[in-house]
Design a binder for this molecule. Structure first.
Ligand code: PLP
Length: 367
């Protein structure tokens, strides 16, 4: 049996609806922002129940826009977690601020207990990451931000379709970012992103900055950049959004099967806690395994395409020596980097695939 990691060939096997809309777009030549981008932004706004959605080229741009709109730049420090994708930290460096990397917790999320000790007079913002599509303790983070008068910018790139209690990732912070990269829960055929905020003033600035600082064709208000979403991708995103509930439901079903059958099975396996009432996107289903590298090779040899996200925490990257300040104790993320494995649980996998995965893991540990 093959348990594929890549779901994209299945996802776009039926693209009639997308092609129909693409034809309309091509006839209209509405290729720069325009109706299709606006339609999708409005649809996403309703979906998230926020005041402003500004689509972007990708998630990294969305993070950069969010930070820039808040005036974060040289001399400022931004706290984030060391086990995230490069772009979280790259965006902080891109605006000229200094990333402060802190440890994660047992659920692979930013360690809320370590935030306050990293705060000082230069701290401008915290970027909590909804890593893997699960969420950190957003309530605790919001409390800390209020207590210390620090901004929150959520990196909800993997969190589209998740819930933290009743609220969606990306609706807690002041300005928040999403990605629609192929590996995220709402994905396009390439790159796409979104910035969301309830602040009218910031939204207005972000819209202009994304589009050269233009007020109209002949006037700019300030020097901006081009971070616009392609209308072709807005159409893909819009159709994918219609499928999102279904996608999340199926992934949760598969993940729950693995949770149930792997948790408590052996001392060699640690399944992260799930927070009651939260919904995860399972962009990454991660767990900790002893003899991880051998298990990885074994599973791949048996057709199960497992991955590691990631083998090197960001504070260990050469680039971090130059541009980042790191908390002294980053032990949890370092331990996890040696043990974690990502198992495919995407929406095109069936219960038989999950049973096969469990069977092979048991075989590996002689259970
Ligand atoms: C994917 C991702 C990004 C970057 O998004 P792109 O659309 O690839 O630029 C940033 N942060 C996290 C946590 C991500 O998973």
């Amino acid at each position: 049996m093959k348990v594929f990691y890549n779901y994209l060939p299945n996802e776009f096997s039926d693209i009639e609806k997308i092609l129909n809309d693409w034809q309309k777009l091509i006839k209209s030549s509405d290729f720069t922002l325009g109706k299709y981008v606006l339609d999708f932004e409005n649809k996403f706004k309703k979906f998230l129940n926020v005041k402003h959605c500004i689509s972007t080229n990708n998630g990294t741009d969305a993070l950069i826009l969010a930070l820039k709109s808040l005036g974060i730049g040289p001399g400022d420090q931004v706290i984030t977690v060391t086990n995230t994708f490069y772009a979280t930290v790259g965006a902080i460096v891109a605006v000229g601020a200094t990333p402060i990397l802190i440890d994660c917790d047992e659920r692979f999320q930013i360690n809320v207990k370590r935030i306050e000790e990293a705060i000082n007079i230069k701290t401008k913002a915290i970027i909590p990451v909804h890593w893997g599509g699960a969420s950190p303790d957003m309530e605790a983070i919001m409390d800390i931000s209020i207590k210390h008068n620090i901004l929150v910018v959520e990196d909800a790139c993997m969190g589209i379709g998740a819930l933290v209690g009743q609220k969606a990732p990306g609706t807690f912070g002041k300005v928040n970012a999403f990605s629609m990269h192929p590996l995220k829960s709402l994905n396009v055929m390439g790159d796409g992103g979104m910035v969301v905020t309830n602040d009218d003033h910031l939204a207005c600035w972000i819209k202009k900055y994304r589009n050269h600082g233009m007020i109209d064709r002949d006037h700019i208000e300030f020097w901006g950049v081009n971070m616009r979403l392609q209308p072709l991708q807005a159409i893909v995103a819009s159709h994918r959004l219609d499928e999102l509930n279904n996608t999340i439901e199926k992934r949760n079903f598969n993940a729950a099967y693995l949770d149930k059958n792997l948790r408590g099975l052996s001392e060699n396996i640690q399944i992260p806690l799930r927070i009651k009432g939260n919904i995860e996107t399972f962009a990454l289903y991660m767990a900790l395994f002893d003899k991880r590298d051998e298990l990885k090779d074994f599973l791949i040899s048996k057709g199960v395409e497992v991955k590691i996200h990631y083998p090197i925490p960001l504070h260990k990257q050469t680039a971090a020596q130059q541009d980042c300040l790191c908390s002294k104790d980053l032990k949890i993320s370092e331990d996890q980097a040696n043990k974690l494995l990502t198992i495919p649980v995407h929406q095109y996998l069936q219960i038989e695939h999950m049973q096969y995965v469990v069977e092979k893991i048991k075989e590996f540990y002689n259970i």
